[in-house]
Design a protein around this ligand. Structure first.
Ligand SMILES: NC(=O)c1ccc[n+]([C@@H]2O[C@H](COP(=O)([O-])OP(=O)(O)OC[C@H]3O[C@@H](n4cnc5c(N)ncnc54)[C@H](O)[C@@H]3O)[C@@H](O)[C@H]2O)c1
Length: 250
C-alpha cells in the first residue's frame, strides 16, 4: 500500500506509549500511511529515539497519561506545531504484577487502573473538544482480550481493560453525530517488552488459549488500528475489534 491510500494524508495523530512496542508500530504505520504523528510517552529519551527513526513526519512528546496538566500541555504543543488533532490512539499501558488478587495491595491496583483506564479517560477528555469543533476525529483505544474474558493473576489489568471497553462504547454514543468515531481493539498476547512484566507461566497460559497457536506481532495490531484511524472508517463506532488469533468468539 502506498502512502495516503488509506486517507491519512494531512491527518495529525497522537499515539500514547509510542516509544516502543505496539505504540511504536502504530506510529510507524500511520506515518507510512501519510499521517504526521506525535510519539507520546512517559519515557522521553526512548520516545525521542523512536521519533527520530520516523523522520520529519514525527516528533517526540513527553506525556504521563495520568496527568491532566501534561495532557493539556501535550495537545497544546501538537496544535501549535501542526494546527489540528485528527487522531488519538490511547495505547499507553502497563500489565501490573502477575499474582492472585488477594496478594496484591491497593496501591498496585490503583496504579494499573490509573494508567490503563483513567489515562484513556483523560486522553479522550483532552482531545474531544477540538475534534467536536472540527467535526472530525478518530479515537482508538487499545484494550485487551483480558478485558473481555478476564485473565487470572491479572485482576487490575482485566478490570481496567474491561473499563476501556465500556468507556469506548459510552464515549462513542456521546459523539456519534459529530464526525468523531471512537473504537477499541482487543489484542491477545503480542510480542513486546510488556511481557517482561509478567511471569512465564502467565504468558504460557495466555498463548495456550489462542487457537492460531502463536503470539501476535505489533505490526498486525498497527494494520487494524491504521484502518480505524482512517477516512475509510465511516460506519463503525463504539465497536470492539478483535485481534486474538481466534481466542475471542464474540
Ligand atoms: N503486548 C501484549 O501482549 C498486549 C496485549 C493486549 C493489549 N496490550 C496493550 O497494548 C498497549 C501497548 O502495550 P505494549 O505491549 O506495546 O507495551 P510496552 O511495555 O512495550 O510499551 C508500553 C509503552 O507505554 C509507556 N507508558 C507506560 N506508562 C505510561 C504513562 N503513564 N504515560 C505514558 N506512557 C506510558 C511505556 O513507557 C512504554 O513505552 C498497552 O495498553 C497494553 O495493555 C498489549
Amino acid at each position: 500500500m502506498t502512502s495516503g491510500e488509506r486517507g491519512l494524508t494531512g491527518r495529525v495523530a497522537v499515539v500514547t506509549g509510542a516509544a516502543r512496542g505496539i505504540g511504536l508500530a502504530i506510529a510507524r504505520r500511520l506515518v507510512a500511511d501519510g499521517a504526521r504523528v506525535a510519539v507520546a510517552d512517559i519515557d522521553s529519551a526512548t520516545a525521542g529515539e523512536a521519533a527520530a527513526t520516523l523522520g520529519e513526519a514525527a516528533f517526540a512528546l513527553t506525556l504521563d497519561v495520568t496527568s491532566e496538566e501534561q495532557w493539556a500541555a501535550a495537545l497544546g504543543n501538537v496544535s501549535e506545531r501542526w494546527g489540528r488533532i485528527d487522531i488519538l490512539v490511547n495505547n499507553a499501558g502497563v500489565a501490573g504484577r502477575s499474582a492472585p488478587c488477594w496478594e496484591l495491595d491497593a496501591a498496585e491496583w490503583r496504579q494499573v487502573l490509573d494508567i490503563d483506564l483513567t489515562g484513556v479517560f483523560l486522553g479522550c477528555r483532552a482531545a474531544l473538544p477540538a475534534m467536536i469543533a472540527a467535526g472530525y476525529g478518530r479515537i482508538v483505544n487499545i484494550a485487551s482480550i483480558a478485558g473481555k474474558e478476564g485473565n487470572p493473576n491479572a485482576v487490575p489489568y482485566s478490570a481496567a481493560k474491561a473499563g476501556v471497553i465500556g468507556l469506548t462504547k459510552a464515549v462513542a454514543k456521546e459523539v456519534a453525530t459529530k464526525g468523531v468515531l471512537v473504537n477499541a481493539v482487543t489484542p491477545a498476547v503480542i510480542e513486546t517488552e510488556i511481557l517482561a512484566q509478567v511471569s512465564a507461566e502467565h504468558i504460557a497460559y495466555m498463548t495456550s488459549r489462542i487457537p492460531m497457536g502463536r503470539t501476535g506481532k505489533p505490526e498486525e495490531v498497527a494494520a487494524l488500528v491504521s484502518f480505524l484511524c482512517s477516512d475509510e472508517l465511516t460506519f463503525s463506532t463504539g465497536a470492539v475489534f478483535d485481534l486474538s488469533g481466534g481466542r475471542a468468539t464474540y
